[in-house]
Design a binder for this molecule. Structure first.
Ligand SMILES: [Zn+2]
Length: 382
């Protein structure tokens, strides 16, 4: 998905959020009505969800149950990863199939910050990271970026712009971590090959700065004497992360694998948690679409797969649930007769937008639960 570095920035930028958010109730009603417009049979549609295990994702699940009159099948793993090995059992449970996948991000309306969510059930209703699983992964990578930003320093050597680069960042013995892309920073570097340094320091080497770097930052960025950290001027194109220990077949590593290549862009974005959630949704849509297209169990069935982003707006005092918004990203439609169609974000938005936001088929959950309490007695015989 993010295998070509040159395309990562444009792929991330293509995930539009402004003007593309729906309140969750409206989204699920429109989704249901779209299914009917596609010829899905009311009462024979089984929904499924691939959401993070975070309790904040409960409200969207309740709405799916309410509008589709069936509790959604669980297709998800922590972080919003799709369990693609569950397509077979899911397909057996309904005539027509709907799968919604979403990565999620918290939002604090008071500060305007993404990545935070108010946990009303903690002792002091404190804010914690959301998605916490994504945040846990970002922490380690952010620490390495902080180190690189502090230990690539702008200096002058005989008056010319140069860089002092810490030995740890240059060492080739490391197998994993943050690796600088020498060509972007050092004059006369070719690929991984470094030129002779201009001078050595106790913990680093001095190289002439690449002309492209001088052009990018401007020669005035270099201090007349001494040195200063490159800091946030280290661009996402200047470095890469490697983690050879991530097992391609271990589903526990899927989230980190999804985020590895775009990580430099995620961490340097204005809202890293938001960018990470978008990147994960993009990667999971691509991976899940391919797995569905070749899955024998869903052939000959109507299937609608929608991916997007759940933005969890923290609940205020007295509110039971978050004000979750949905941002649709892409969809895959596979009809029983064989038609297959991919919908990009704008097409998906248009399809949802044209559907009514009310659903007369939605059930009254309270009444359904009440009816169960007053329902028939069934003896379980052993
Ligand atoms: Zn989460």
């Amino acid at each position: 998905m993010f295998s070509h570095r040159s395309s990562i920035a444009s792929l991330l930028a293509s995930f539009r959020i402004e003007g593309r958010t729906l309140c969750y109730g409206s989204f699920v009603a429109k989704l249901y009505n779209w299914c009917l417009a596609l010829g899905f049979t009311p009462g024979r549609i089984i929904p499924s969800r691939a959401f993070c295990s975070d309790e904040s994702q409960g409200f969207p699940i309740i709405l799916l149950a309410k509008h589709f009159a069936a509790f959604p099948f669980n297709h998800g793993r922590v972080g919003g990863i799709v369990s693609v090995e569950r397509h077979g059992p899911f397909a057996e449970h309904g005539k027509d199939l709907v799968l919604v996948q979403a990565s999620h991000v918290g939002y604090d309306p008071d500060s305007g910050r993404f990545g935070l969510y108010r946990r009303l059930h903690t002792e002091h209703a404190c804010m914690t990271a959301s998605c916490g699983k994504i945040g846990h992964i970002l922490q380690d990578y952010a620490r390495e970026l902080d180190y690189a930003r502090a230990n690539v320093r702008l200096t002058r050597h005989t008056g010319r712009p140069a860089l002092i680069i810490d030995n740890w960042l240059l060492t080739r013995e490391r197998r994993e971590g943050l690796f600088l892309i020498p060509e972007r920073l050092i004059e006369a570097a070719v690929g991984e090959r470094l030129p002779e340094p201009l001078a050595a320091r106790s913990t680093g080497l001095i190289y002439a700065a690449a002309q492209s770097l001088v052009d990018r930052l401007g020669a005035a960025a270099w201090p007349p004497s001494g040195s200063e950290p490159i800091g946030t001027r280290l661009a996402p194109e200047d470095f890469v992360y490697r983690r050879p220990g991530l097992d391609a077949h271990d589903v526990q590593h899927q989230l980190e694998r999804n985020l590895l290549a775009p990580m430099p862009w995620i961490l340097t974005a204005r809202h890293p948690y938001l960018s990470a959630a978008c990147a994960n949704t993009q990667a999971e849509f691509d991976r899940t679409y391919r797995s569905l297209a070749r899955e024998p169990a869903v052939q000959g069935k109507n299937l609608l797969f929608v991916s997007g982003l759940n933005i969890d707006i923290s609940p205020a005092d007295g509110e039971t649930f978050p004000l979750t918004r949905f941002v649709p990203w892409a969809a895959y439609l596979q009809r029983a007769e064989g038609e297959r169609r991919l919908l990009e974000q704008d097409e998906l938005w248009t399809e949802l937008d044209r559907q009514p936001a009310d659903n007369p088929d939605q059930i009254d959950l309270e009444r359904a639960i009440h009816a169960l309490r007053r329902g028939r007695e069934v003896e379980i015989s052993l």
